[in-house]
Design a binder for this molecule. Structure first.
Ligand code: ADP
Ligand code: ZN
Ligand code: ZN
Length: 739
C-alpha cells in the first residue's frame, strides 16, 4: 500500500491544501479528517487540520515532509461544524485553513487538547456539622467550613482566593473528614427539576402567535423574522422558545450584537433559567472560550450566548438559533474572513435542520425582502408589551437657529422641562471626542491626519488630537503649526463637548457620558447604568453604545443632536442605518409608565425620509427604501463583491486592480457568464488611510450563481498575479461598507 498523503488546511491566506506524509510511527488507521497535526512550514511550525487522506501527491516524494505530531485521537470538530466551515470558505472565497482559524477557539489553534478540563472541587462531606467539637478552638476552619457549606455544588479550587478560603484550613478540615475533594469537569452535571428559575410572563396575543409559529417548526429548518417594535416583548418570546427547546432536550444558540453585552441582556437569561449557559464574547478569555466551546460541543451547555464568532460553536443537540437585532452591522466581520454571522446562521440552520429566528425592531432591508419573497415567515409585534406607549417624534428644524455646542434653544428648553418633572434625558450624538476638527481662525489650517485623508478629532480631557480612522495621536497644539498664531478653534461638537456644555447648562444634574472613551474600563459601564436605574433625574450623553438593548425606564426625552449625516451620504446604506439608529435610540424612551418624546434636530427637517420615518414608522420607510433599491438595482435586488487593494505608493493599488479587471473580463468571456458588471477600479472614498493608498473594484450581478462561478476562477488567477505581491488585497463578498 502506498504511504498515506495527508492534505492539510493550514492557517495561510493561500487558497489551497498542503501535502505531508504521516508523522513517524502513526499508522494510517489512526488518522481521520478533522484531526490536528503539527507540521513544518518553511522555517516555522504550524498547526493544520487534516482534510483528506490520499495516495499520491504532485509534490515530488523527496520534497514531501512528514508531519511532526498528531495532536488528537478524535477529531475535535464535529462533522456539522466542519461542513459549515467548508461552506463558508467556498462562499466567501477564502482559504479553508484561514477560515478554520477564524472559526476555532484560539487555544485549539495553538494545539491545546480538545477535551474539557478536569478541575478540583472542594465539597462538604455528608454528616459534617458546623458545631463539630474539634473546631471549637479553630475559628478559621469554622469559617472555611461555613463557606464550603454555602456551595452545595462545590467550590472550584481556583476560586479559593476569591472566596477568602485558606488552603491550609481546608486541608485540616479534610484531615478531619469534614470536607472532600472531587475531580470533575467544570460544568455542574446535575440538572434541577425545572428549567425555569423564575415564572414566565403570560404572552400577549401577538407574542403567542409568534411563539407558536416557531415552536411548531421545531425539528426542521425554517426561517422566521420577528419584527417587533422596541419594547414589544421580543426577548420574552426568545426566552419562552428557549425553554421549549430545553424541554425538548435540545440546545439553543443565541447571537447578540457586540454592543448589547450590557449586563442587562445576559442577566435576563441567567435569571430565567436553571440551565448551563456558555458565554462566548469578547470579554471572555481564551481558556473560558475553549471551555464554553467544549461544553457546547459535548452537550454540557444548554444555552450558548455570544457575539458574531459564537456562530461557529458546535452543538451536540442543536435545537434553535436566535439572532437578536439581526440588522446590526457587528454581525459582519470587517477583516480577514469577511463573513456575515446572520447569513451563515441561516446556512447552519438549514444544514442542521433547526429553525432560526431573526429578531429586530428595525429589520434589515435584506431580511424584509426575504420575508416578502416567502423565504422567511414574517411575525409582527406591533404594540409595546406591558402597556407602554410608543414615543412621539418631533422634527426640530435648526436651519436658522444658533447651535450652542450642538444644542439648540428649544431643545435646551425641553431638557429643562423634563428634568424639572423629575425624569431623565438621553442625548444622542454619534461622534466621540470634543470636536471633529481643530481650525486656525487666522490662516484656515485644519487638523488633518498625516496618514489619512481625514481630520483628527479634538479630545479635550486628554488634550490630544486623535485620528479615529488609524489611531494616530498627537498632543493638541497650542499655536497653529502653519502660521504660528494662537487662535485655534474646535469646530463642531462631539459627545465630550455636549457633555461639557450640558453640565454647565444644568449644574444641578449629573451628566453621564457613554462612549468608547468613557467606558474603556470594564466596570465603568456597569456602574453608570446602575446610577441610571436608580431613577434620579440625569442626562445621559452618548454614541450608539446607548442606542441598543438597554432599558431606561425613567428616560422620557430622547434628543438626537444631528440627523443630517445619514441623509446625504455617498453610501447607499446610509439612510437605512440612519433610520435604524433613530428608531433604536427613540426606543429607549418611555419604556415604562411615562410616555416618551423624541426630538430630532436637523437642517433637513422636511426631508421625505425623516418625515416618513417619524410619521409613519420604520416599516413604511423600509418599503419606500426597498422600492428605491429595486429601481436602482441595488442589494437586495443584486449581489455585490468588492475587491479592495492598498499599497504604499500611489497608483500601485489601481494598477493591480486594472490587471484584475482585465482578467475578469477575459474570464467572463471564456466562461460565457452574463449579467455581471465590473465597476471601477476607482480610488476608495477615503483614498489614503493609515499611510496606504486604497482603491477598489466592484462586481455587481443580478444573480448569485454566475457571480460565484466567476469569483472562484478569478481568485485563483489573482493569487498567481505578480502585481498582487506588492499590494495588499482582499475580496469582500456581500460587502456592507463600500469603502
Ligand atoms: P424587546 O425585546 O422587544 O425590546 P422586551 O422583551 O424587553 O422587549 O419587553 C419589554 C418590556 O415588556 C419588558 O419590561 C418585559 O418584561 C415586558 N413584557 C414583555 N412581554 C410581556 C408580557 N407578555 N406581559 C407583560 N409584560 C411584558
Ligand atoms: Zn494658522
Ligand atoms: Zn489617520
Amino acid at each position: 500500500m502506498p504511504a498515506a498523503i495527508l492534505r492539510l488546511a493550514l492557517p495561510s491566506p493561500l487558497r489551497r491544501l498542503f501535502d505531508y506524509r504521516a508523522p513517524p510511527g502513526v499508522p494510517r488507521s489512526a488518522l481521520q479528517p478533522g484531526m490536528r497535526l503539527r507540521v513544518p512550514f518553511g522555517r516555522r511550525e504550524l498547526i493544520g487540520i487534516l482534510i483528506e487522506i490520499g495516495d499520491s501527491s504532485e509534490v515530488p516524494a523527496d520534497k514531501l515532509k512528514p508531519a511532526l505530531e498528531l495532536l488528537d485521537s478524535q477529531p475535535p470538530l464535529p462533522p456539522a461544524l466542519f461542513k459549515l466551515c467548508l461552506w463558508t470558505a467556498q462562499y466567501y472565497q477564502h482559504s479553508l485553513g484561514d477560515t478554520l482559524s477564524w472559526a476555532l477557539p484560539v487555544l485549539l489553534r495553538q494545539g491545546e487538547p480538545a477535551e474539557a478540563r478536569q478541575e478540583r472541587f472542594w465539597l462538604l462531606n455528608d454528616g459534617a456539622r458546623m458545631d463539630d467539637p474539634r473546631l471549637a478552638r479553630a475559628p478559621r476552619q469554622r469559617e472555611a467550613l461555613k463557606t464550603i457549606a454555602q456551595h452545595p455544588h462545590g467550590v472550584p479550587h481556583q476560586l479559593l482566593g476569591q472566596l477568602q478560603l485558606n488552603k491550609d484550613s481546608l486541608e485540616l478540615l479534610r484531615d478531619k473528614g469534614l470536607v472532600r475533594i472531587e475531580v470533575r469537569r467544570h460544568a455542574a452535571r446535575e440538572r434541577h427539576g425545572s428549567w425555569l428559575a423564575q415564572p414566565e410572563l403570560a404572552l400577549n396575543a401577538e407574542q403567542q402567535i409568534a411563539e407558536r409559529a416557531v415552536r411548531e417548526g421545531f425539528g426542521r429548518f425554517g426561517a422566521f423574522l420577528l419584527a417587533g417594535v422596541t419594547g414589544s416583548g421580543k426577548t420574552e418570546v426568545y426566552l419562552q422558545l428557549i425553554r421549549a427547546t430545553l424541554e425538548a432536550g435540545k440546545q439553543a444558540l443565541v447571537l447578540i450584537p457586540e454592543i448589547n453585552l450590557g449586563p442587562q441582556t445576559l442577566a435576563r437569561f441567567e435569571r430565567r433559567f436553571n440551565a448551563r449557559i456558555a458565554l462566548l464574547h469578547s470579554a471572555v478569555n481564551d481558556r473560558e472560550r475553549l471551555d464554553a466551546w467544549l461544553a457546547a460541543r459535548d452537550g454540557e451547555a444548554d444555552i450558548i450566548i455570544g457575539t458574531r464568532s459564537a456562530l461557529f460553536t458546535p452543538m451536540r443537540r442543536p435545537g434553535l438559533i436566535i439572532i437578536d437585532e439581526e440588522h446590526d452591522a457587528s454581525y459582519k466581520q470587517q477583516e480577514g474572513l469577511r463573513y456575515h454571522a446572520r447569513d451563515l446562521a441561516l446556512v447552519r440552520a438549514r444544514q442542521e435542520s433547526v429553525p432560526i429566528l431573526l429578531g429586530s425592531a428595525t429589520p434589515s432591508l435584506e431580511s424584509l425582502h426575504n420575508a416578502h419573497s416567502g423565504r422567511y415567515r414574517l411575525l409582527c409585534l406591533e404594540r409595546r408589551a406591558g402597556g407602554a406607549q410608543p414615543p412621539r417624534f418631533l422634527r426640530l428644524d435648526v436651519k436658522s437657529l444658533p447651535l450652542d455646542s450642538g444644542i439648540s434653544g428649544p431643545l435646551q428648553q425641553a431638557i429643562r422641562q423634563t428634568l424639572e418633572a423629575g425624569q431623565q434625558v438621553l442625548v444622542f450624538l454619534n461622534r466621540r471626542g470634543f470636536a471633529p476638527t481643530l481650525l486656525c481662525h487666522d490662516c484656515g489650517w485644519l487638523s488633518e491626519c498625516p496618514r489619512c485623508d481625514a481630520r483628527m478629532t479634538v479630545h479635550q480631557r486628554s488634550n490630544e488630537l486623535r485620528c479615529h480612522h488609524c489611531g494616530h495621536t498627537q498632543r493638541r497644539p497650542s499655536h497653529c503649526p502653519k502660521c504660528q498664531r494662537l487662535d485655534l478653534r474646535p469646530v463642531g461638537a462631539g459627545t465630550e463637548r455636549a457633555e461639557e456644555r450640558l453640565a454647565t447648562l444644568f449644574p444641578q444634574t449629573p451628566v453621564l457620558r457613554v462612549d468608547r472613551d468613557s467606558t474603556a474600563r470594564k466596570d465603568a459601564m456597569h456602574g453608570l447604568f446602575e446610577r441610571v436605574q436608580r431613577g434620579e433625574p440625569c442626562i445621559l450623553v452618548g454614541t450608539q453604545m446607548l442606542a441598543k438593548g438597554h432599558h431606561f425606564p425613567r428616560v422620557t426625552l430622547v434628543a438626537i443632536l444631528d440627523a443630517d449625516g445619514g441623509l446625504f451620504s455617498a453610501d447607499f446604506r446610509a439612510s437605512e442605518r440612519m433610520a435604524q439608529l433613530i428608531v433604536q435610540v427613540a426606543g429607549r424612551a418611555g419604556r415604562a409608565e411615562e410616555p416618551g418624546r423624541v426630538i430630532i434636530q436637523s437642517h433637513l427637517a422636511d426631508h421625505p425620509l425623516l418625515v416618513q420615518l417619524t410619521e409613519q414608522g420604520y416599516f413604511a420607510f423600509a418599503e419606500q427604501a426597498l422600492g428605491e433599491r429595486r429601481g436602482a438595482g441595488l442589494p437586495p435586488f443584486c449581489h455585490l463583491a468588492l475587491l479592495r487593494a492598498e499599497a504604499h505608493k500611489p497608483g500601485q493599488a489601481e494598477g493591480f486592480l486594472d490587471e484584475a479587471c482585465s482578467e475578469a473580463e477575459l474570464l467572463l468571456n471564456e466562461l460565457q457568464l452574463e449579467g455581471i458588471e465590473l465597476l471601477g477600479p476607482v480610488p476608495a472614498p477615503m483614498e489614503r488611510r493609515a499611510g496606504r493608498y486604497r482603491a477598489q473594484l466592484l462586481l455587481q450581478s443580478g444573480a448569485r450563481a454566475p457571480l460565484h462561478r466567476l469569483l472562484h476562477v478569478w481568485l485563483a488567477a489573482l493569487e498567481r498575479m505578480p502585481g498582487g505581491r506588492t499590494v495588499r488585497w482582499s475580496l469582500d463578498v456581500d460587502p456592507i461598507d463600500l469603502f
